[in-house]
Design a protein around this ligand. Structure first.
Ligand code: PLP
Length: 408
């Protein structure tokens, strides 16, 4: 398929994953790994029984629809999503991937006359042509230029920089922002930033798209990254966890006004598998599982426990080589002061039985996105694996490194 992919697979130990359950992934050789990676997909863990029940029932009755008749699962999934979405967001369009949801939002913005795209430096929105225009990475963009015109990137967390751009083109801008930047390396904006972004968008007549594909559905320990500042965008994007880790699905949740063009012409923006019943069952199952087990609250509690303890372990071994250990809920990042250690620690963690992630737009940050279904023994396993991995690797960067947890 792709030689580079094969090389990466070798680099990460040459393991071949064949099964998963809850927080654990099993390889062809029977080794088990605690899955704290998966790029943010597995908040409910793998094969959560509630998601599997919804999907299995649908698989055995009507997995893909004709698209000519009405079909109930799409409406039920939309209803479930609106029931947990910020107030005011009442209309839903389903897609398959996060990037497709981003494309939909770009198109909705254009129908409102907002043709100038504004996104943030190092932000990540996917790799289809429109989404890639917003993704703030010259590495990913360069081979595919020219991308969409009239696109500007402003510094993340800097409302003044955003205002300067919006003020130049009142009524013409469509702003894409993540509540916490995931792929940039878990970058948390200053308190009040999202509220300022919303106010600026209102002042200058900009269309606001909140990309919650990575942060949404409980990942940050709240249903949405928007919640702590109580903001309501024109459009919110959902993906990753909506799949329940079982069937890929994403969604665009919009205000009535932002959505209105789709009401006028249902053929304007379609895709063969959009709203397929099997994916709709997964979305319902994921939301039901989160409500039944209060996985949002669990994500918050677990995050509150994991962050200080991981910080203690990592700092104990790496000292000043680690710049910051930060996070919100179960989106955690370990930022190093130089490029080498994040990658080395990722590989060492795999050797110690833990899957984590690098960050697509930062070489400095190791990222953890554990599921909210971690048990006490899973958490202890994570700490011990982290301690062993840091002990093995930190000496390369800090020759005087101490003995970690007890030393921290
Ligand atoms: C914030 C954000 N938006 C969009 C995307 C793109 O989603 P997908 O990879 O499903 O196309 C991602 C993926 O990591 C993301 O983190």
């Amino acid at each position: 398929m792709n030689k580079g992919r094969a090389t990466l697979g070798e680099m990460f130990g040459g393991h071949i994953e064949v099964a998963s359950q809850g927080a654990w992934v099993t390889t062809a050789e029977g080794r088990r790994f605690l899955n704290c990676g998966g790029y943010g997909v597995f908040l409910t863990g793998a094969r959560h029984p509630t998601v599997i029940r919804h999907v299995a029932e649908q698989l055995n009755t009507h997995p893909v629809a004709t698209r000519l008749f009405l079909e109930p699962q799409a409406a039920l999934a939309a209803e479930a999503l609106v029931s947990v979405a910020p107030p005011g967001l009442r209309r839903v369009h389903f897609a398959g991937s996060g990037a497709e949801a981003v494309e939909t939002a770009i198109k909705l913005g254009r129908t409102q006359g907002r043709h100038r795209l504004v996104a943030t430096e190092n932000g990540y929105h996917g790799k289809t042509m429109g989404a890639l225009s917003l993704t703030g990475s010259s590495v990913f963009q360069a081979p595919f230029q020219p991308l969409l015109p009239e696109t500007t990137h402003v510094r993340y967390g800097d409302a003044t920089a955003l205002e300067a751009v919006l003020a130049e083109s009142p009524g013409e801008c469509c702003v894409f922002v993540e509540p916490v930047q995931g792929e940039a390396g878990v970058v948390i904006p200053p308190a009040g930033y999202l509220r300022s972004v919303q106010e600026l968008c209102r002042t200058y007549g900009a269309f606001l798209v909140l990309d919650e594909i990575q942060t949404g559905l409980g990942r940050l320990g709240t249903w949405w990254g928007a919640d702590p500042e109580g903001i309501c965008p024109d459009v919110m994007l959902v993906g990753k966890g909506l799949s329940g880790g079982v069937v890929p699905v994403s969604a665009v949740v919009a205000t009535e006004e932002a959505f209105s063009v789709f009401d006028r012409d249902p053929y304007l923006h379609t895709s063969t598998f959009s709203g397929a019943p099997l994916a709709m069952a997964a979305a319902q199952g994921a939301i039901a599982a989160m409500k039944e087990e209060d996985l949002v609250g669990r994500a918050r509690e677990l995050g509150d426990e994991l962050l200080p303890e991981l910080r203690r372990i990592v700092r104990g071994h790496y000292g000043d080589t680690v710049r910051e250990v930060r996070g919100r809920g179960l989106l955690l990042g370990i930022e190093f002061a130089e490029p080498g250690p994040a990658g080395d620690l990722l590989i060492e963690l795999i050797m110690q039985g833990v899957i984590a992630n690098h960050s697509l737009n930062s070489h400095l940050v190791l990222r953890l996105t554990p599921p909210a279904v971690l048990s006490r023994s899973d958490v202890d396993f994570l700490y011990e694996a982290f301690d062993r991995a840091c002990r093995a690797q930190a000496v390369r960067y800090t020759p005087t490194a101490g003995s970690g947890r007890n030393n921290a």
